[in-house]
Write a protein that binds this ligand. Structure first.
Ligand code: Z5A
Length: 209
């Protein structure tokens, strides 16, 4: 039986470059024949992808924070059991674009839901799965939004105010301060190549990648 795989999560506000960096790390792992998968939240299985579409579609009807929280957790419960745990048990590394820190940053810090409730539901949905490493890509929201806006139509969350995105960033920084051994803070305002260099240093030191 192979050893359990390594679980790495990529976090940050929108436009922080996590998806770009996850793709770059995946390309590097391919050259080193490290067996891995790249996935994202919400999403990663057919049902979780449907929940993602529901969550991100702009709509007239008010989506209450409680509803949003439960839908993110439903997608996570499916993703963890349907994709993440089987891959990790199979010895594969998992690179995951967002995981439960996003729920603390968005639903607790920015939407104002009780952190204790969010924490309890995070543990329930993730089945107590904890990332081995979390890379937090930090940059001013103004820069992140301007980068993300180059991509075209904004989704429901991207349409939130600048103050909302500031609250998300502050939420992430508060989470980082409480867990500096699992989370590595990376200055994402730097050029793409420089950001990747810092990421590479971190994963080489931790996992020999
Ligand atoms: N959400 C939530 O509320 N609660 C939860 O529990 C979870 C999620 C799990 C979907 O996430 C939304 O769900 C998200 C949070 C919420 N909404 N928001 N906002 P998502 O990850 O799918 O969507 P996203 O955060 O909006 O990701 P993104 O906009 O795709 O950002 P990114 O992945 O960090 O950036 P990117 O796609 O890699 O790069 C964006 C652009 O910048 C692109 O043109 C790049 O070429 C460019 N780029 C990247 N790096 C650089 C550097 N270093 N310099 C210059 N330009 C760069």
């Amino acid at each position: 039986m192979s050893a359990r795989g390594v679980f790495v999560t990529f976090e940050g506000i929108e436009g922080s470059g996590k998806t770009t960096q996850a793709r770059r790390l995946s390309a590097r792992l391919l050259t080193k024949s490290v067996s891995h998968i790249v996935t994202r939240e919400p999403g990663g299985t057919p049902l979780a992808d449907q929940l993602r579409s529901i969550l991100l579609a702009p709509r007239e009807e008010t989506v209450f924070p409680e509803t949003e929280l439960l839908l993110y957790q439903a997608a996570r419960a499916q993703h963890v059991r349907g994709l993440l745990l089987p891959a990790l048990e199979d010895g594969k590394a998992v690179l995951c674009d967002r995981f439960y820190d996003a729920t603390f940053a968005y639903q607790a810090h920015a939407r104002g839901l009780e952190a204790e409730t969010v924490g309890m539901l995070n543990r329930f949905a993730s089945g107590d799965l904890v990332p081995d490493l979390t890379l937090l890509f930090d940059l001013p929201p103004e820069l992140g939004i301007s980068r993300a806006s180059r991509r075209g139509a904004a989704d429901r969350i991207e349409r939130e105010s600048l103050d909302f995105h500031r609250a998300v960033r502050n939420g992430y920084l508060a989470i980082y301060k409480n867990d500096t051994s699992r989370i590595v803070l990376i200055d994402a305002s730097a050029p793409e190549e420089e950001v990747f260099r810092k990421l590479q240093e971190t994963v080489t030191e931790r996992f020999g990648w």
